[in-house]
Design a protein around this ligand. Structure first.
Ligand code: PEP
Ligand code: MG
Length: 754
């Protein structure tokens, strides 16, 4: 017999499975018949079904081919052996020579030593692994992609049998999974700062799929077409809604989202699953399960985010297919939304006046939903693993976006302390607001210019909220990253004009594209750099692709018609790079001037990020109007220490003698040349580091909006004279760091650095 790969084989198998599921007998009897059927259809000597039990165990529940006495005896931990590996990673495995795989765990009671090849898939439901389905062959064979697909489809049907609760009592799993009413704490990622307290609202009303196996694939394909059309018009309606489009980016994000709704590859995969015998909704679910499983293996943050957006869309499509489109949902007065993942459009569906906080199992700084939540000022914690399974709607939840913590069902004393923190934070915000219009001036009369780091239009209202004097770093790559295709000159001009318009008479320092390395644009071909941070990025890429840089500079010149234009180049390693980039800028200025478009003044700067440039300051300083220290990159190159490697976090300190000495000499050289020096890396955003920078003579600090209040508070409480002398005295210190001394100094001299 033909193995059950391919659409018709898969359909035949599914139909038989459906009949079997509908036949009488206990769940165990049906499962026994199912494994026999699959072994026959897939032309395998063995088919076994392992089901997850309490305590992260997988138990052999049924087998055709292995020794019957192993059933209900053989148990593997999740992560143990090949079966455990499939469960742990929620991904299929197909091996021609299974026993040579390092994960192979031999169980003598099964008699499986005679089987060479193995193919297994997770039994998934709602993103959780409920078991593993495996086939094995005596002779060595390579399983085809379609066979894996078929086994995955079968696993979907089995998932329904498992979920029925007839095989394993669901109470068994619930009782051991910390699912009870006990308080639970989650450590996650800080995505949007802030504190929130409220009742849990579970996002994703699960759509229950009642029919899995299709009678008529043609009819299902038609249902899919209709569902897609309904969903697309719903997204269009969302796009047209007035209140969504306030910031510009919201619209842009939704546009990207619409692009996914038309994604051929995605729709194609759903169609294939329908042709394989599934109903439209089961096919959508299957593609979603596959995507979730694939996500575990993807580390590229941009790709992960796009996959998350795709899942958002999948949920919508499922609801449209099942006819369960939920309108804005009933929400308690203080709601904390809990989701595995969520798209920006979904967040906007909720009543914003009641939404206090958001907790995600996935999610990252650059996720679209995070960007939108930040714009709405809703605290967000991401990476709260498994929270969806452990929370009950209505549970009390505390969200601490500052520390990346979530507390479920906290005790009374914890609630008390949290309420107190919320009150203190409100007081602190009021205190920062009160000094918003006061100058950042030290007690000894030194003026420091505090500026904003920005990258999206929705960041710019922060200029007014914080009283920042300008945008010290506008990361132009960020609007490029949230788009689906490379913006042309007109689109770029529109973005930059919008930024300048919102900034009013405050200066904006535009940094040219800092992409390449690990900051990838989805529409540029990926580059495999062995050391991305040291790779083909920023100015290096720009000079090799001068047309791209020329377009950007032309857009900047055009947008700044009649006003000040400040441009800065990232990752410059030698003066020749500045000279080359500047020549491109000059050409674009001439070209636009011929059309009567010219900025009132143009200032050109570079970022000090690569130490080699420091040794060419004599040639550099006369050629630039300002210098800006990108301390994030500078420190990683100065210490030869990857800024993203958690094992090295804390290994070197920016408040150490080498770092401070570097900065001291840089300040001296730029002061002597009369070139203003700014610091725009994260260092400038932390009060104690900012204190050291001001004492060393830095007069411009650029930082995210949330840092302006704390840094201004520090500046206004600082007297630099004693600290500058103190730092000079410690220049030759052999210590690892001066952090403790600086903290003690702040405490002794009443400098507010918290
Ligand atoms: C820096 O390196 O300090 C910097 C500001 O640039 P980015 O963080 O965007 O690399
Ligand atoms: Mg940098």
């Amino acid at each position: 017999m033909e193995p059950a790969g391919g659409a018709s084989g898969s359909r035949r198998l599914l139909r038989r499975l459906r009949d079997l599921m509908a036949s009488g007998g206990t769940a165990q009897e049906r499962l026994d018949r199912i494994v026999t059927l699959i072994a026959g259809e897939m032309v395998a000597e063995v088919c076994s079904c392992y089901i997850r039990r309490a305590g992260e165990m997988l138990e052999l529940f049924a087998t055709e081919g292995l020794r019957p006495e192993a059933v209900h005896r053989t148990r593997l931990r999740v992560g143990e052996g090949l079966v455990g590996d499939i469960a742990a990673h929620a991904r299929p495995l197909a091996l021609a020579a299974a026993q040579t795989h390092p994960q192979f765990a031999y169980r003598p009671e099964t008699g499986e030593e005679v089987y060479s090849s193995l193919m297994g898939v997770p039994i998934l439901r709602g993103g959780h692994v409920h078991g593993v389905l495996v086939v094995q062959n005596r002779t060595r064979r390579t399983y085809a992609e379609e066979e894996i697909e078929t086994l995955q489809t079968v696993a979907m049907v089995l998932a329904e049998l498992v979920a029925s609760g007839d095989l394993v009592n669901p109470v068994e799993l619930a009782s051991t999974e910390v699912n009870g009413p006990l308080p639970t704490r989650f450590e996650g990622a800080r995505l949007v700062p802030g504190l929130a307290m409220g009742q849990a609202v579970l996002h994703e009303p699960r759509v229950v799929i009642r029919r899995i196996v299709a009678e008529d694939p043609a009819a299902e394909l038609e249902r899919l077409r209709e569902g897609l059309a309904r969903m697309q018009s719903a997204v269009d309606a969302l796009l047209a809604a007035e209140d969504v489009v306030s910031g510009g980016e919201h619209k842009e994000i939704l546009e990207t989202y619409r692009m996914f709704a038309e994604d051929r590859g995605w729709i194609q995969r759903i169609r294939e699953a329908i042709r394989g015998g599934l109903t439209a909704e089961a096919a959508v679910q299957k593609v979603q399960d596959d995507t979730r499983a694939r996500m575990h293996a993807i580390t590229d943050p941009y790709l992960r985010e796009r996959l998350l957006d795709l899942q958002d869309l999948t949920n919508r499509l499922l609801q449209h297919l099942a006819g369960e489109v939920t309108a804005r949902r009933e929400m308690p007065e203080h709601a904390i939304l809990i989701a595995r993942t969520m798209g920006p459009a979904e967040l906007l569906d909720y009543d914003r006046t009641r939404l206090r906080g958001l907790v995600l199992e996935e999610g990252s700084q650059t996720a679209h939903v995070t960007i939108v939540a930040r714009a709405l000022d809703i605290p967000v914690v991401g990476g709260a693993e498994d929270i969806v399974a452990r929370v009950e709607p209505g549970d009390l939840v505390l969200v601490d976006g500052m520390n990346g913590q979530v507390l479920l069902r906290p005790g009374e004393d914890v609630q008390q302390r949290f309420r107190e923190n919320i009150r203190l934070r409100a007081e602190q915000r009021a205190a920062y607001a009160a000094i918003r219009d006061l100058p950042a001036e030290t007690r000894d009369g030194i003026r420091v210019s505090l500026q904003l780091n920005a990258g999206l239009l929705i960041d710019l209202p922060q200029l007014d909220h914080t009283g920042a004097e300008g945008v010290g770093l506008y990361r132009t790559e960020i609007p490029f990253m949230v788009r689906a295709s490379f913006p042309d000159v007109a689109a770029q001009t529109g973005i930059y004009r919008g930024v300048l318009y919102q900034a009013g008479d405050r200066p904006v320092t535009f940094r040219t594209l800092d992409v390449g390395g690990d900051k990838r644009l989805p529409y540029l071909p990926p580059v495999q750099d062995e050391n991305p941070a040291l790779g083909w990025r920023a100015i290096r890429m720009a000079l090799d692709r001068p047309a791209m840089l020329a377009q950007q500079l032309r857009a900047l010149v055009t947008a700044a018609d009649g006003r000040l234009l400040r441009v800065m180049f990232p990752m410059v390693s030698e003066v020749a790079e500045l000279v080359a980039a500047r020549a491109i800028l000059d050409r674009q200025r001439e070209r636009m001037a011929a059309q009567g478009i010219l900025p009132a003044r143009v200032e050109v700067g570079v970022m000090m990020e690569v130490p080699s440039l420091f040794f060419q300051l004599d040639a550099l300083l006369p050629r630039i109007d300002f210098l800006s220290v990108g301390s994030n990159d500078l420190m990683q190159f100065l210490f030869a220490c990857d800024r993203g490697n958690p094992r090295l976090a804390g290994r070197y300190d920016v408040l150490s003698p080498p770092a401070l000495n570097f900065l001291r000499r840089l300040v001296a050289a730029s002061d002597a040349a009369g070139v203003p020096l700014a610091v725009c890396g994260e260092m400038a955003a932390r009060p104690i580091e900012a204190m050291a920078l001001v004492a060393l003579g830095v007069r411009v600090l650029s930082m995210p909006a949330a840092a302006i209040g704390p840094v201004k508070t520090m500046v206004r409480s600082l007297d630099t004279r004693a600290l500058s002398a103190y730092l000079d005295r410690h220049a030759a210190s052999p210590d690892h760091s001066l952090r403790n001394q600086l903290r003690a100094f702040a405490q002794d001299h009443g400098v507010i650095v918290e």
